[in-house]
Design a protein around this ligand. Structure first.
Ligand code: HEM
Length: 135
C-alpha cells in the first residue's frame, strides 16, 4: 500500500499549463489537464484557477454530483498546508450542500403532504358515502 501523496501550495502552483493543470478543491489536489477541453463551463475558467485553490469558484457555480465525480476521478494528492498558506476555504461546502439538502427535504415534504391529503380526502369521501347509505 502506497502512502497518500501530499503536495503543498507551492508544488501545486507549478502546474498552471493547459497540459499540466493542477487545482485545489477542499484541500485536495486535482490534475484537470485531461478535462480542460471537455469542461462545459469552458477552458478559460479552469486555466484561471490553475495552480490555485478553486474551491470557491467550483462551489459558487453549484456543480452537479456528476461534476463532483469527475473531479474525484482526477485526484492526485492531498494538500499539505505549511505556515503562511491561506486558510482552508471549506466554508462554501456546507452552504452549498445545505441548500441542496433543504431543497430535497422540501420536495419530499411536499409529496408527503399531497399523499396524506389525498388519503384523508378519500377516507372522508368513503365515510360520507357510508353515512348516506345508512339513511
Ligand atoms: C476541475 C474542476 C471542475 C469540474 C470537474 C467541472 C465540471 C463541470 C461539469 C460536469 C459541468 C456541467 C454542469 C454540471 O454537471 O454541474 C460544469 C459546468 C460549469 N462549470 Fe465547471 N467544473 C470544474 C471547475 C470549474 C471552475 C473552477 C469554474 C469556475 C468558475 C467552473 C465553472 C463552470 C460553469 C460556469 C459551468 C456552467 C456551464 C453552463 O451550464 O453553460 N467549473 N462544470
Amino acid at each position: 500500500m502506497s502512502a497518500e501523496k501530499e503536495l503543498t501550495y507551492s508544488d501545486v502552483s507549478e502546474h498552471t499549463g493547459k497540459k499540466d493543470l493542477y487545482i485545489v478543491v477542499h484541500d485536495k489536489v486535482y490534475n484537470c489537464s485531461s478535462f480542460v477541453d471537455e469542461h462545459p463551463g469552458g477552458e478559460e475558467v479552469l486555466l484561471d484557477v490553475g495552480g490555485q485553490d478553486a474551491t470557491e469558484a467550483f462551489e459558487d457555480v453549484g456543480h452537479s454530483d456528476e461534476a463532483r465525480e469527475i473531479l474525484e476521478g482526477m485526484l492526485v494528492a492531498k494538500l499539505k498546508r505549511v505556515d503562511g498558506d491561506p486558510a482552508p476555504k471549506s466554508s462554501a461546502q456546507p452552504t452549498a450542500a445545505g441548500t441542496k439538502d433543504a431543497a430535497t427535504g422540501f420536495g419530499i415534504a411536499t409529496y408527503a403532504l399531497i399523499l396524506v391529503g389525498g388519503a384523508l380526502a378519500f377516507a372522508a369521501y368513503q365515510y360520507l358515502q357510508a353515512q348516506s347509505e345508512q339513511k
